[in-house]
Design a protein around this ligand. Structure first.
Ligand SMILES: NC(=O)c1ccc[n+]([C@@H]2O[C@H](COP(=O)([O-])OP(=O)(O)OC[C@H]3O[C@@H](n4cnc5c(N)ncnc54)[C@H](O)[C@@H]3O)[C@@H](O)[C@H]2O)c1
Ligand SMILES: O=P(O)(O)OC[C@H](O)CO
Length: 333
């Protein structure tokens, strides 16, 4: 039986633990606090992050990183900004053949690095993969149907991962485009904030459709510079996740944007949340990458201005609307 540990017991980590257990893997769920692992083991539910959904029998929680690392596969599911420190904690315990699967969506704020680059930097000899797609944790944990992109450079490795986590209701689609599989998940978080702003500000459905479409052009522009394939960006991890998060209040990024659009204060929204809202941290990293590559990402820039530049929502929207009229072909991809 495949031994699989999920690193990070938030909503997504817990949903993936339930999924992998159903797929037949022997599952351990690691959380950094022993009080949390004790609660998970005694209550059999992750009431802080995924209430009302029982953990499948056979999932054991632990806060012991050494025990957690003793697995064939590690699913890394902390917030993206904590992926580096988590990998450093794991590194001394890793066997060379332990497979690392990054399930977090984001770009490191300080370095502008993708999650795969951080895995390569810290654990260069370990095989690694990316899992990303339109996947709300609660739906997956309930066994509702969904699909995701699973990216790794070797087909055999991909197939073994599909066996460990795939279900008829959770369908991983394989690709070798590791870079492409990360761009959509990171950028859609920022674009979902933008669509939330539009919803909160009651700017209409047309405006949202325009933002999603022009947002897709921003994903394609950044993806091209980073070496991603367009087909991956148009797939589950890109277009699929963009549609999901730009059209649903279930998305934490969308709901944060909606609250901002209604006039709430960023710091107060964040204080009230225990769950991570990745777009808040990835926005500035994306804008720095756009600057480095000399590409325009005006929607991401507007969100970054609102989050980090002190620009009022109304004025950022006015600036976007004042942009010159363009040829769609030239402004697209
Ligand atoms: N929730 C979803 O539906 C979903 C779906 C797909 C991908 N994701 C991605 O998965 C990642 C995790 O999201 P989530 O929804 O599980 O978040 P969450 O906020 O529900 O949980 C995050 C978990 O990480 C832990 N954590 C926080 N800081 C940490 C640190 N410094 N070291 C170790 N652990 C730490 C928290 O205690 C918590 O257990 C994000 O990148 C998110 O974009 C989430
Ligand atoms: O709630 P969000 O906005 O973090 O989105 C969660 C997942 O990424 C959806 O695929």
């Amino acid at each position: 039986m495949t031994k699989l540990t999920v690193i990070g017991a938030g909503a997504w980590g817990t949903a993936l633990a339930i999924t992998a257990r159903k797929a037949g893997s022997d599952v351990v769920l690691w959380t950094r606090h022993s009080a949390h692992s004790d609660l998970l083991n005694t209550e059999n539910v992750n009431s802080s992050y995924l209430p009302d959904i029982p953990l499948a029998a056979g999932i054991t929680a632990t806060s012991d990183i050494r025990h957690a690392a003793q697995a064939d596969i590690l699913l890394l599911v902390t917030p993206a900004q904590h992926a580096r420190e988590t990998l450093y904690r794991l590194k001394p315990e890793l066997e060379a053949e332990t497979i690392l699967v990054m399930c977090s969506k984001g770009i490191e704020q300080e370095s502008g690095r993708l999650m795969s680059e951080i895995m390569e930097e810290i654990a260069p000899s370990n095989p690694h993969a990316i899992l990303s797609g339109p996947n709300f944790a609660a739906e997956i944990a309930r066994g509702l149907p969904a699909a995701a992109t699973l990216a790794c450079r070797h087909q055999e490795l991909g197939e073994s991962l599909v066996k460990a986590i795939g279900l008829p209701t959770f369908r991983p689609y394989l690709t070798d485009d590791v870079i492409g599989a990360q761009i959509g998940g990171a950028v859609k978080n920022v674009l979902a904030i933008a669509c939330g702003l539009v919803a909160g500000g009651r700017l209409g459905e047309n405006a949202r459709a325009a933002l999603i479409t022009r947002g897709m052009a921003e994903i394609l522009r950044l993806g091209e510079k980073l070496g991603a394939r367009a087909e991956t960006l148009m797939g589950l991890s890109g277009f699929g996740d963009l549609i999901l998060c730009c059209t649903s209040q279930t998305s934490r990024n969308f709901s944060l944007g909606a609250a901002l659009g209604q006039g709430d204060i960023l710091e107060e929204i964040l204080q009230e949340r225990t769950a991570v809202t990745e777009g808040v941290y990835t926005a500035s990293a994306i804008c720095r990458l756009a600057e480095k590559f000399g590409i325009e990402m005006p929607i991401c820039a507007a969100v970054d201005e609102i989050l980090n530049g002190g620009t009022a929502v109304s004025s950022a929207i006015e600036d976007l609307l004042a942009r010159p009229f363009r040829d769609e072909k030239l402004a697209g991809f």
